[in-house]
Design a protein around this ligand. Structure first.
Ligand code: SAH
Ligand code: SF4
Length: 393
Protein backbone atom coordinates (compact mmCIF):
# COMPACT_ATOMS: atom_id res chain seq x y z
CA UNK A 1 0.00 0.00 0.00
CA UNK A 2 1.36 3.39 -0.87
CA UNK A 3 0.85 5.78 2.01
CA UNK A 4 2.16 8.72 0.12
CA UNK A 5 -0.43 11.21 -1.09
CA UNK A 6 1.95 12.68 -3.60
CA UNK A 7 0.75 14.07 -6.92
CA UNK A 8 1.51 11.07 -9.11
CA UNK A 9 1.50 13.03 -12.33
CA UNK A 10 4.23 15.31 -11.09
CA UNK A 11 6.43 12.43 -9.97
CA UNK A 12 5.99 10.16 -12.99
CA UNK A 13 8.83 11.59 -15.04
CA UNK A 14 11.42 11.72 -12.29
CA UNK A 15 13.27 8.49 -13.08
CA UNK A 16 13.78 9.74 -16.63
CA UNK A 17 14.72 13.21 -15.52
CA UNK A 18 17.25 11.87 -13.07
CA UNK A 19 19.11 10.11 -15.87
CA UNK A 20 19.98 13.56 -17.20
CA UNK A 21 20.30 15.21 -13.83
CA UNK A 22 23.64 16.95 -13.41
CA UNK A 23 24.39 17.36 -9.72
CA UNK A 24 27.60 19.30 -9.94
CA UNK A 25 27.65 22.98 -10.85
CA UNK A 26 25.63 23.82 -13.93
CA UNK A 27 27.61 25.55 -16.69
CA UNK A 28 26.56 29.15 -17.14
CA UNK A 29 24.17 29.63 -20.02
CA UNK A 30 21.79 32.43 -20.87
CA UNK A 31 18.89 30.85 -18.99
CA UNK A 32 20.83 29.80 -15.91
CA UNK A 33 23.54 32.37 -15.96
CA UNK A 34 25.25 33.50 -12.82
CA UNK A 35 24.48 37.06 -11.82
CA UNK A 36 26.83 39.94 -12.62
CA UNK A 37 29.55 40.50 -10.08
CA UNK A 38 28.58 42.55 -7.09
CA UNK A 39 30.60 44.07 -4.24
CA UNK A 40 31.23 40.81 -2.37
CA UNK A 41 32.28 38.97 -5.52
CA UNK A 42 35.61 40.82 -5.79
CA UNK A 43 38.65 39.36 -4.08
CA UNK A 44 41.35 41.51 -2.48
CA UNK A 45 43.55 41.64 -5.60
CA UNK A 46 40.62 42.72 -7.73
CA UNK A 47 39.72 45.36 -5.19
CA UNK A 48 43.33 46.55 -5.27
CA UNK A 49 43.07 46.96 -9.07
CA UNK A 50 39.88 48.96 -8.65
CA UNK A 51 41.76 51.17 -6.19
CA UNK A 52 44.82 51.65 -8.40
CA UNK A 53 46.49 55.00 -7.75
CA UNK A 54 45.24 55.09 -4.14
CA UNK A 55 47.56 54.41 -1.15
CA UNK A 56 47.81 50.66 -0.44
CA UNK A 57 46.12 50.93 2.95
CA UNK A 58 42.90 51.90 1.19
CA UNK A 59 42.40 48.26 0.20
CA UNK A 60 42.38 47.24 3.87
CA UNK A 61 40.08 50.10 4.77
CA UNK A 62 37.53 49.20 2.10
CA UNK A 63 37.76 45.47 2.81
CA UNK A 64 37.28 46.09 6.52
CA UNK A 65 34.37 48.44 5.82
CA UNK A 66 32.60 45.88 3.64
CA UNK A 67 33.12 42.75 5.73
CA UNK A 68 33.76 43.75 9.36
CA UNK A 69 31.84 46.98 9.64
CA UNK A 70 29.19 45.84 7.14
CA UNK A 71 28.69 49.35 5.75
CA UNK A 72 28.06 50.70 2.26
CA UNK A 73 31.03 52.41 0.56
CA UNK A 74 29.09 55.69 0.83
CA UNK A 75 29.20 55.32 4.62
CA UNK A 76 32.94 54.57 4.90
CA UNK A 77 33.70 57.84 6.62
CA UNK A 78 37.43 57.12 6.84
CA UNK A 79 37.64 57.50 3.04
CA UNK A 80 37.71 60.78 1.12
CA UNK A 81 34.27 61.76 -0.11
CA UNK A 82 35.00 61.49 -3.83
CA UNK A 83 36.48 58.00 -3.35
CA UNK A 84 33.37 56.95 -1.43
CA UNK A 85 31.20 58.12 -4.29
CA UNK A 86 33.40 56.40 -6.85
CA UNK A 87 33.29 53.10 -4.94
CA UNK A 88 29.58 53.34 -4.41
CA UNK A 89 29.24 53.43 -8.19
CA UNK A 90 31.46 50.46 -8.97
CA UNK A 91 30.86 48.18 -5.97
CA UNK A 92 27.19 47.63 -6.55
CA UNK A 93 25.04 45.73 -4.04
CA UNK A 94 23.68 42.38 -5.19
CA UNK A 95 20.39 42.55 -3.30
CA UNK A 96 17.51 44.93 -3.87
CA UNK A 97 14.92 44.88 -1.10
CA UNK A 98 11.48 43.77 -2.28
CA UNK A 99 9.79 43.04 1.04
CA UNK A 100 10.70 42.80 4.67
CA UNK A 101 8.43 40.74 6.93
CA UNK A 102 8.58 40.58 10.69
CA UNK A 103 7.06 37.99 13.03
CA UNK A 104 4.54 39.15 15.60
CA UNK A 105 7.04 38.69 18.38
CA UNK A 106 9.52 40.76 16.38
CA UNK A 107 12.34 38.27 16.66
CA UNK A 108 12.18 36.84 13.14
CA UNK A 109 12.70 38.92 10.04
CA UNK A 110 12.40 37.65 6.50
CA UNK A 111 13.57 39.51 3.43
CA UNK A 112 12.63 38.90 -0.16
CA UNK A 113 15.41 40.23 -2.39
CA UNK A 114 15.56 40.96 -6.09
CA UNK A 115 18.85 40.04 -7.78
CA UNK A 116 20.39 41.99 -10.66
CA UNK A 117 18.59 39.82 -13.22
CA UNK A 118 15.25 40.03 -11.44
CA UNK A 119 15.42 36.56 -9.81
CA UNK A 120 14.20 36.48 -6.23
CA UNK A 121 15.61 34.87 -3.09
CA UNK A 122 14.85 34.93 0.62
CA UNK A 123 16.94 35.42 3.73
CA UNK A 124 15.75 35.01 7.32
CA UNK A 125 17.16 36.47 10.52
CA UNK A 126 16.26 34.71 13.77
CA UNK A 127 17.00 36.35 17.09
CA UNK A 128 17.25 34.06 20.12
CA UNK A 129 18.37 34.90 23.63
CA UNK A 130 21.65 33.04 23.20
CA UNK A 131 22.33 33.40 19.47
CA UNK A 132 21.37 35.21 16.31
CA UNK A 133 21.05 33.10 13.19
CA UNK A 134 21.01 34.14 9.54
CA UNK A 135 19.37 31.61 7.23
CA UNK A 136 20.58 32.10 3.68
CA UNK A 137 19.68 30.93 0.18
CA UNK A 138 22.29 29.30 -2.04
CA UNK A 139 20.33 29.18 -5.30
CA UNK A 140 17.41 30.99 -6.89
CA UNK A 141 14.97 28.07 -6.98
CA UNK A 142 16.10 24.45 -6.71
CA UNK A 143 16.47 21.58 -9.18
CA UNK A 144 16.07 18.76 -6.64
CA UNK A 145 12.32 18.44 -7.10
CA UNK A 146 11.19 17.53 -3.56
CA UNK A 147 7.43 17.66 -4.07
CA UNK A 148 6.58 18.96 -0.57
CA UNK A 149 8.90 21.97 -0.82
CA UNK A 150 7.70 25.32 -2.15
CA UNK A 151 11.14 26.08 -3.59
CA UNK A 152 11.32 22.70 -5.32
CA UNK A 153 7.84 23.20 -6.77
CA UNK A 154 9.02 26.40 -8.44
CA UNK A 155 11.96 24.73 -10.21
CA UNK A 156 15.50 25.97 -10.72
CA UNK A 157 16.44 29.49 -11.83
CA UNK A 158 20.17 29.76 -11.24
CA UNK A 159 23.04 29.43 -8.79
CA UNK A 160 23.80 32.36 -6.54
CA UNK A 161 27.32 33.78 -6.69
CA UNK A 162 29.48 33.70 -3.56
CA UNK A 163 28.98 37.46 -3.30
CA UNK A 164 25.19 37.12 -3.39
CA UNK A 165 25.37 34.61 -0.54
CA UNK A 166 27.79 36.69 1.55
CA UNK A 167 25.70 39.82 1.11
CA UNK A 168 22.67 38.10 2.62
CA UNK A 169 24.67 37.61 5.82
CA UNK A 170 26.06 41.13 5.75
CA UNK A 171 22.55 42.55 5.46
CA UNK A 172 21.47 40.39 8.39
CA UNK A 173 24.49 41.59 10.38
CA UNK A 174 23.40 45.19 9.82
CA UNK A 175 19.86 44.45 10.89
CA UNK A 176 20.96 42.57 13.99
CA UNK A 177 23.13 45.49 14.95
CA UNK A 178 20.05 47.72 15.10
CA UNK A 179 18.92 45.56 18.01
CA UNK A 180 22.37 45.52 19.55
CA UNK A 181 22.96 41.90 18.54
CA UNK A 182 25.71 40.17 16.59
CA UNK A 183 24.90 37.48 14.03
CA UNK A 184 26.57 34.41 15.54
CA UNK A 185 25.31 31.59 13.28
CA UNK A 186 24.69 31.02 9.59
CA UNK A 187 22.57 28.15 8.25
CA UNK A 188 22.21 27.23 4.57
CA UNK A 189 18.53 26.37 4.85
CA UNK A 190 16.94 29.00 2.68
CA UNK A 191 16.23 28.44 -1.00
CA UNK A 192 18.29 25.99 -2.99
CA UNK A 193 20.56 23.02 -2.49
CA UNK A 194 23.97 24.33 -1.34
CA UNK A 195 25.90 21.21 -2.36
CA UNK A 196 24.59 21.50 -5.94
CA UNK A 197 26.30 24.91 -5.99
CA UNK A 198 29.37 23.69 -4.16
CA UNK A 199 32.16 26.01 -5.31
CA UNK A 200 30.26 29.22 -4.78
CA UNK A 201 28.80 28.06 -1.49
CA UNK A 202 32.22 27.11 -0.20
CA UNK A 203 33.77 30.37 -1.42
CA UNK A 204 31.05 32.18 0.53
CA UNK A 205 31.76 30.10 3.64
CA UNK A 206 35.45 31.01 3.42
CA UNK A 207 34.57 34.69 3.27
CA UNK A 208 32.10 34.41 6.12
CA UNK A 209 34.72 32.65 8.20
CA UNK A 210 37.82 34.66 7.27
CA UNK A 211 36.39 38.11 6.73
CA UNK A 212 32.96 38.43 8.38
CA UNK A 213 34.22 36.51 11.42
CA UNK A 214 31.65 33.69 11.72
CA UNK A 215 33.23 30.61 13.32
CA UNK A 216 33.14 27.38 11.28
CA UNK A 217 31.35 25.63 14.14
CA UNK A 218 28.60 28.22 13.82
CA UNK A 219 27.97 27.53 10.15
CA UNK A 220 25.60 24.74 9.09
CA UNK A 221 25.08 23.34 5.62
CA UNK A 222 21.74 21.64 5.11
CA UNK A 223 21.66 19.19 2.22
CA UNK A 224 19.06 16.90 0.75
CA UNK A 225 21.83 14.29 0.52
CA UNK A 226 24.17 15.13 -2.34
CA UNK A 227 26.77 12.49 -1.47
CA UNK A 228 29.74 13.80 -3.53
CA UNK A 229 29.24 17.20 -1.90
CA UNK A 230 29.33 15.68 1.59
CA UNK A 231 32.53 13.87 0.61
CA UNK A 232 34.07 17.12 -0.57
CA UNK A 233 33.07 18.80 2.67
CA UNK A 234 34.93 16.08 4.56
CA UNK A 235 38.13 17.11 2.76
CA UNK A 236 37.78 20.85 3.50
CA UNK A 237 39.70 22.41 6.35
CA UNK A 238 36.73 24.19 7.97
CA UNK A 239 34.68 21.92 10.28
CA UNK A 240 31.19 23.24 9.55
CA UNK A 241 28.06 21.46 10.79
CA UNK A 242 26.21 19.06 8.54
CA UNK A 243 22.41 18.75 8.50
CA UNK A 244 20.80 16.19 6.21
CA UNK A 245 17.15 16.47 5.20
CA UNK A 246 16.20 12.84 5.61
CA UNK A 247 12.37 12.69 5.79
CA UNK A 248 12.33 8.92 5.20
CA UNK A 249 14.66 6.11 6.25
CA UNK A 250 13.64 3.50 3.71
CA UNK A 251 14.59 3.88 0.08
CA UNK A 252 11.13 3.28 -1.35
CA UNK A 253 9.53 6.16 0.54
CA UNK A 254 12.57 8.41 0.26
CA UNK A 255 12.70 7.87 -3.52
CA UNK A 256 9.24 9.40 -3.64
CA UNK A 257 9.73 12.24 -1.16
CA UNK A 258 13.26 13.20 -2.13
CA UNK A 259 13.96 12.18 -5.75
CA UNK A 260 17.75 12.60 -5.42
CA UNK A 261 17.61 9.46 -3.25
CA UNK A 262 17.37 7.47 -6.48
CA UNK A 263 20.86 8.60 -7.32
CA UNK A 264 22.30 8.58 -3.78
CA UNK A 265 20.32 6.04 -1.75
CA UNK A 266 20.31 5.76 2.02
CA UNK A 267 23.24 3.32 2.24
CA UNK A 268 25.59 5.65 0.31
CA UNK A 269 24.27 8.62 2.28
CA UNK A 270 24.98 7.06 5.65
CA UNK A 271 28.51 6.10 4.55
CA UNK A 272 29.18 9.68 3.45
CA UNK A 273 27.81 10.99 6.76
CA UNK A 274 30.01 8.57 8.69
CA UNK A 275 33.07 9.73 6.74
CA UNK A 276 32.18 13.34 7.49
CA UNK A 277 31.82 12.63 11.19
CA UNK A 278 35.11 10.80 11.24
CA UNK A 279 36.91 13.61 9.41
CA UNK A 280 35.39 16.54 11.26
CA UNK A 281 34.05 15.31 14.58
CA UNK A 282 31.01 17.58 14.26
CA UNK A 283 27.52 16.61 15.33
CA UNK A 284 25.31 15.42 12.50
CA UNK A 285 21.63 16.32 12.42
CA UNK A 286 18.75 14.91 10.44
CA UNK A 287 15.76 17.02 9.45
CA UNK A 288 12.44 15.22 9.26
CA UNK A 289 9.34 17.09 8.04
CA UNK A 290 6.47 15.14 9.60
CA UNK A 291 3.72 14.55 7.03
CA UNK A 292 0.38 13.23 8.16
CA UNK A 293 0.01 9.57 7.22
CA UNK A 294 3.19 9.62 5.10
CA UNK A 295 6.27 9.40 7.32
CA UNK A 296 4.84 9.67 10.84
CA UNK A 297 3.88 6.04 11.51
CA UNK A 298 5.41 3.74 14.12
CA UNK A 299 7.41 1.97 11.44
CA UNK A 300 8.82 5.32 10.24
CA UNK A 301 9.97 6.17 13.77
CA UNK A 302 11.64 2.76 14.10
CA UNK A 303 13.41 3.11 10.75
CA UNK A 304 14.53 6.64 11.60
CA UNK A 305 15.95 5.59 14.96
CA UNK A 306 17.73 2.61 13.42
CA UNK A 307 19.27 4.84 10.74
CA UNK A 308 20.25 7.68 13.08
CA UNK A 309 21.60 5.65 16.01
CA UNK A 310 24.87 4.35 14.52
CA UNK A 311 25.67 7.86 13.32
CA UNK A 312 24.70 9.33 16.70
CA UNK A 313 22.72 11.88 14.72
CA UNK A 314 20.40 14.40 16.35
CA UNK A 315 16.92 14.44 14.83
CA UNK A 316 14.95 17.64 14.28
CA UNK A 317 11.25 17.04 13.75
CA UNK A 318 9.19 19.75 12.11
CA UNK A 319 5.54 19.34 11.12
CA UNK A 320 5.23 19.83 7.37
CA UNK A 321 4.37 23.35 6.37
CA UNK A 322 1.58 22.75 3.83
CA UNK A 323 2.16 24.14 0.35
CA UNK A 324 -0.36 24.60 -2.46
CA UNK A 325 1.48 22.18 -4.76
CA UNK A 326 1.44 19.19 -2.39
CA UNK A 327 -1.55 17.42 -0.87
CA UNK A 328 -0.09 16.32 2.51
CA UNK A 329 -0.55 18.27 5.74
CA UNK A 330 1.63 18.43 8.83
CA UNK A 331 1.27 15.79 11.54
CA UNK A 332 -0.95 17.13 14.35
CA UNK A 333 0.89 18.18 17.56
CA UNK A 334 -0.15 15.25 19.79
CA UNK A 335 1.12 12.72 17.23
CA UNK A 336 4.32 14.72 16.75
CA UNK A 337 4.96 14.22 20.47
CA UNK A 338 4.19 10.50 20.26
CA UNK A 339 6.53 10.12 17.30
CA UNK A 340 9.28 11.99 19.14
CA UNK A 341 8.86 9.84 22.24
CA UNK A 342 9.10 6.70 20.20
CA UNK A 343 12.28 7.79 18.45
CA UNK A 344 13.73 8.87 21.79
CA UNK A 345 12.85 5.58 23.44
CA UNK A 346 14.81 3.86 20.67
CA UNK A 347 17.97 5.70 21.68
CA UNK A 348 18.07 8.77 19.42
CA UNK A 349 18.09 12.43 20.48
CA UNK A 350 15.14 14.36 19.12
CA UNK A 351 14.02 17.99 19.15
CA UNK A 352 10.59 19.11 18.01
CA UNK A 353 10.53 22.41 16.18
CA UNK A 354 7.29 24.23 15.81
CA UNK A 355 6.61 25.38 12.29
CA UNK A 356 6.04 29.06 12.97
CA UNK A 357 7.49 32.32 11.85
CA UNK A 358 9.43 32.47 15.08
CA UNK A 359 10.52 28.86 14.99
CA UNK A 360 12.05 28.11 11.69
CA UNK A 361 15.54 26.86 12.33
CA UNK A 362 14.80 23.73 10.37
CA UNK A 363 12.83 25.23 7.51
CA UNK A 364 13.53 28.88 7.36
CA UNK A 365 12.82 29.11 3.64
CA UNK A 366 9.22 28.19 4.35
CA UNK A 367 8.02 31.34 6.06
CA UNK A 368 5.91 33.00 3.44
CA UNK A 369 2.52 32.51 5.06
CA UNK A 370 3.46 33.23 8.63
CA UNK A 371 4.95 36.69 8.57
CA UNK A 372 3.32 40.03 7.98
CA UNK A 373 4.90 42.63 5.72
CA UNK A 374 6.13 45.97 6.95
CA UNK A 375 9.34 47.34 8.39
CA UNK A 376 9.11 46.66 12.12
CA UNK A 377 12.20 46.82 14.33
CA UNK A 378 13.48 43.61 15.87
CA UNK A 379 12.37 43.43 19.46
CA UNK A 380 14.80 42.69 22.22
CA UNK A 381 14.97 38.96 22.96
CA UNK A 382 11.71 37.85 24.48
CA UNK A 383 10.34 34.97 26.46
CA UNK A 384 8.65 33.81 23.27
CA UNK A 385 12.01 33.52 21.59
CA UNK A 386 13.26 31.52 24.54
CA UNK A 387 10.48 29.00 24.04
CA UNK A 388 11.25 28.31 20.43
CA UNK A 389 13.93 25.74 21.05
CA UNK A 390 11.55 23.79 23.24
CA UNK A 391 8.99 21.17 22.33
CA UNK A 392 5.78 21.98 20.52
CA UNK A 393 2.72 22.62 22.66
N1 SAH B 1 18.10 22.09 -0.01
C1 SAH B 1 18.54 21.96 1.33
C2 SAH B 1 18.39 23.25 2.13
C3 SAH B 1 17.17 24.07 1.91
S1 SAH B 1 15.63 23.36 2.40
C4 SAH B 1 17.82 20.83 2.01
O1 SAH B 1 16.87 20.30 1.46
O2 SAH B 1 18.27 20.45 3.10
C5 SAH B 1 15.66 23.65 4.18
C6 SAH B 1 14.84 22.66 4.95
O3 SAH B 1 13.43 22.91 4.78
C7 SAH B 1 15.05 21.21 4.56
O4 SAH B 1 15.21 20.41 5.71
C8 SAH B 1 13.76 20.87 3.85
O5 SAH B 1 13.49 19.51 3.83
C9 SAH B 1 12.76 21.66 4.66
N2 SAH B 1 11.47 21.85 4.02
C10 SAH B 1 11.23 22.05 2.72
N3 SAH B 1 9.90 22.19 2.50
C11 SAH B 1 9.29 22.06 3.71
C12 SAH B 1 7.94 22.13 4.14
N4 SAH B 1 6.95 22.35 3.27
N5 SAH B 1 7.70 21.97 5.45
C13 SAH B 1 8.69 21.77 6.33
N6 SAH B 1 9.98 21.70 5.99
C14 SAH B 1 10.30 21.87 4.68
FE1 SF4 C 1 15.58 21.83 -2.93
FE2 SF4 C 1 15.87 21.46 -0.28
FE3 SF4 C 1 13.48 22.15 -1.34
FE4 SF4 C 1 14.44 19.68 -1.79
S1 SF4 C 1 13.86 20.56 0.20
S2 SF4 C 1 13.52 21.05 -3.34
S3 SF4 C 1 16.60 20.13 -1.94
S4 SF4 C 1 15.32 23.39 -1.33
Amino acid sequence: MSVLPCPRGAHRDWPLLLLFFKIVDHPPDPAHRTGDRSRFDFDRDELASLLEGEPRYRVDQVWDGLYRQAVDPADMTNLPKDLRQHLDGILRPALGLLTESVSDSGDTVKWLWSLSDGRQVETVLMVYPDRVTACVSSQAGCAMGCGFCATGQGGFDRHLTAGEIVEQVVRAVRRGRQAGRRVSNVVFMGMGEPLANYDRTWAAIRRLHDDVGIGARHITISTVGVVPGIERMAREDLPVNLAVSLHAANDKLRDELVPINRRYPLGALSQACARYLEAKGRRLSFEWALMDGVNDRTVDAAELAAYARPLRAHVNLIPLNPTPGYPAIGTPPHRVSTFAELVRSLGTNVTIRRNRGTDIDAACGQLRASLRPGPVPIAAPTAAAEAISGPAP
